[in-house]
Design a protein. Structure first.
Length: 309
């Protein structure tokens, strides 16, 4: 069984490395070859194009940034879809909207290629430690065909249903993550503006039911002002936008998410696009006058500053 992997960014590179750790040889492609170098050797060869890669493999994983990138890799001038063998299996781990996932599933079926949408939950550390969660939209037989491979990269697989349901679950999950992060950042900014130290806010809030558990992992980033990306803010904004597209297509109102995604867009415009999405705290708190968040300022002074604003 020959395995191909296209898309070796923050997540894909770690996922591919875990497949290799379990003894699987890969044929890989990435637009920037340098990102593929750590995977090359006895268990990894580089292909010059998605098309050439497809001719060599039985199972293909893609982990790409957005629907346009998936479509270009699959159906572009050097796309792989016309070059996969009949009965080959394509597993798309990219975060895309469900309607797009169903569209490319149909394109695959027309070419007698089996398709699985299998986006993941988990940031870079979880990918490195093979602790991702796969949300799988697939025929049961296709899932069983790749289950052992998914377990090389994860500690949980959820079969959500047929094509597009894995992508649907990913939309729901990232909507909740993005809203929770923005809401927590806003709460921190307000608390500091009212004169509560960040330490007290973190110590008091992180173990309460009001705060999502994943936010504990963001404390060090916010405390140290080091927002090295585990999940870049621009991709969170993209996923939240795709959630709003999906909501529009299905007639569902998600007003909170529509506002939150624009907060992330403004943070992108402010230069935070490649930083971890927890940097939304930095963006929201920057609007505060430094005197407001000065722990030595008196409460009456803070109240006056707030009123003046």
């Amino acid at each position: 069984m020959k395995i191909g992997f296209i898309g070796l960014g923050i997540m894909g590179s770690r996922m591919a490395a875990n497949l290799q750790k379990h003894g699987h040889s890969l044929v890989v492609f990435n637009r920037t070859r340098a990102k593929a170098e750590p995977l090359l050797g006895p268990c990894g060869t580089f292909s010059d194009s998605p098309a050439k890669l497809a001719e060599q493999v039985d199972i293909l994983f893609t982990m790409l940034a957005h629907p346009a990138a998936v479509e270009e890799a699959a159906l572009g001038a050097n796309g792989f879809l016309d070059h996969l063998k009949p009965n080959a299996l394509w597993v798309d781990c990219s975060s895309v909207n469900p309607s797009f996932s169903k569209k490319i599933a149909a394109e695959a079926a027309r070419r007698k290629v089996h398709f699985v949408d299998a986006p993941v939950t988990g940031s870079a550390p979880a990918a490195a430690e093979a602790k991702l969660v796969f949300w799988v939209g697939a025929d049961p037989a296709d899932l069983e065909r790749i289950r052992s491979l998914l377990l090389c990269m994860s500690n949980k697989i959820v079969h959500t249903g047929g094509h597009g349901t894995g992508a649907s679950m990913k939309m729901v999950v990232n909507l909740l993550l993005g809203n929770a992060m923005a809401s927590f950042a806003e709460g921190l900014a307000l608390g500091e503006g009212l004169g509560i130290s960040r330490k007290v806010l973190f110590d008091s809030l992180l173990d309460t039911p009001t705060v999502a558990p994943f936010l504990k992992s963001k404390r060090a980033k916010i405390d140290n002002g080091n927002y090295e990306a585990e999940f870049p803010l621009r991709w969170m904004q993209k996923d939240m936008h795709l959630a709003t597209v999906s909501a529009y297509e299905s007639g569902v109102a998600i007003p909170v998410t529509n506002v939150a995604k624009e907060i992330y867009r403004l943070a992108m415009r402010d230069g935070h696009d490649t930083e971890d999405f927890s940097v939304v705290y930095e963006y929201l708190s920057k609007a505060l006058d430094p005197a407001i968040v000065d722990e030595e300022s008196s409460a009456p002074a803070k109240a006056q500053l707030l009123q003046a604003r």
